[in-house]
Write a protein that binds this ligand. Structure first.
Ligand code: FAD
Length: 340
């Protein structure tokens, strides 16, 4: 059996490992000391992705296949619009209903990882360098040196270009296009504030708010089936040193004194996560980038997948799965050439 290394144990890496394990010896290298990458559920609350939508058929199929349950994002009632001068309630135009995974998106990662019977996962081992040794690839990590027939990177393209060493170097066009591909949500910081009661709901409010005053620019209901919370995306220029106090002050302005009765506060600043974003990702984005890159090098022994490489729903969980389909096509082709 051929030996394949997968760099990154986010959704792309684990999903790729799940369908390659039957025909290949798979080793997954993960730099962090946890699985999931941008999927990060802390104390039951999603600090990374939380929503799936009805048109994301791959992720919905996977959720069903793994026996996980969805519940609907709460969005009944009026939304709020905040400026430094005023706070106004309004009826937002209908959007696509979003679903959330019971137990958080981490449940998806855990369930997927539990299917990887014959895969070796090396957690806390960052890949540093790849060398094309003609008939194989030498892979160097923080802890050792390995030899593989094929290497699949699932890193966000910017990270793949800026944090790994390649010998020989990546072709110029690939390196440039990777550097110009923003990491989806790499500019964001997300906080979750937990309460005893969903006090906004009896007020006829959905919890959804747009704010020009901050520190949270966008707020949503983040209740789980048995806990009550709001989450917010933090504005780019917010004072992160006082973020908890400032967020609670903002929620008090919007929803009243009940918002000061906080049970827990969590915040993840994705701009500071060295295994997700680079300095270049710090600039906020006004629109969803046009994603999609098909790239391989080292004589097709080094392939690049991951959500940002997908032409279909790139940036989203759905795009992570879609990027793996390309891999499936590529390996079938290789097998045909090998005469397998
Ligand atoms: C705040 C936030 C909110 C989001 N909301 C949504 C949402 O509601 N719905 C949705 O569909 N999507 C959402 N997304 C996007 C979603 O999280 C991503 O599409 C998806 O998780 C990408 O998976 P991936 O495996 O392609 O990449 P990643 O999850 O980034 O995986 C890459 C992996 O590589 C690892 N790695 C990095 N460098 C190295 C190295 N040198 N060696 C070894 N391993 C390394 C990383 O630790 C990581 O585990 C959100 C993201 C964020 C941050």
């Amino acid at each position: 059996m051929k030996k394949i290394a997968i760099i990154g144990a986010g959704l792309s890496g684990l999903y790729a490992a799940s369908f390659l394990q039957k025909n290949y010896h798979i080793t997954v290298f993960e730099a962090r000391d946890r699985l999931g990458g941008r999927v990060h559920t802390v104390d039951g609350f999603d600090m990374g992705p939380s929503w799936v939508w009805g048109h994301h058929r791959r992720i919905l199929t996977l959720i069903r296949a793994l026996g996980l349950q969805l519940f609907t994002q709460y969005d009944s009632g009026l939304a709020l619009y905040e400026t430094p001068q005023k706070i106004e309630a309004f009826q937002p135009s209908p959007t696509l209903p979003a679903g959330r995974i019971r137990g958080g998106v981490r449940s998806l990662i855990d369930a997927l990882a539990s299917t990887l019977d014959s895969v070796t996962i090396r957690i806390g081992e960052a890949v540093e360098k790849l060398h094309d040794a003609t008939d194989h690839i030498e892979l160097y990590t923080s802890q050792g040196e390995y030899r593989f027939d094929l290497v699949i990177s699932t890193l966000p393209p910017r990270l793949a270009a800026e944090t790994l060493d390649y010998d020989p170097p990546l072709p110029h066009d690939i390196s440039e296009s990777f550097k110009n591909t923003p990491t989806w949500m790499g500019h964001s910081a997300k906080c979750v504030i937990e309460f005893n009661e969903p006090f906004w709901r009896p007020l006829g409010l959905s919890g959804f708010c747009f704010s020009h005053s901050g520190p949270m620019g966008e707020i949503h209901d983040a209740c789980t089936p048995d806990r009550y919370a709001l989450f917010g995306f933090i504005n780019a220029h917010a004072d992160m040193e006082h973020i908890e106090t400032d967020c609670i002050r903002q929620l008090r302005r919007l929803f009243g004194d009940a918002a000061t009765d906080v049970l827990s506060f969590h915040c993840v600043d994705w701009r500071k996560e060295r295994y997700s974003a680079t300095m270049a990702d710090g600039t906020p984005r006004s629109a969803h980038p046009d994603y999609g890159i098909e790239a391989s090098c080292f004589g097709n022994k080094l392939l690049f997948i991951g959500t940002e490489t997908s032409y279909d729903e790139g940036g989203y969980l759905e795009g992570a799965l879609a990027s793996c389909e390309r891999l499936d096509r590529f390996l079938r082709c290789e097998e045909a050439i090998d005469g397998r």
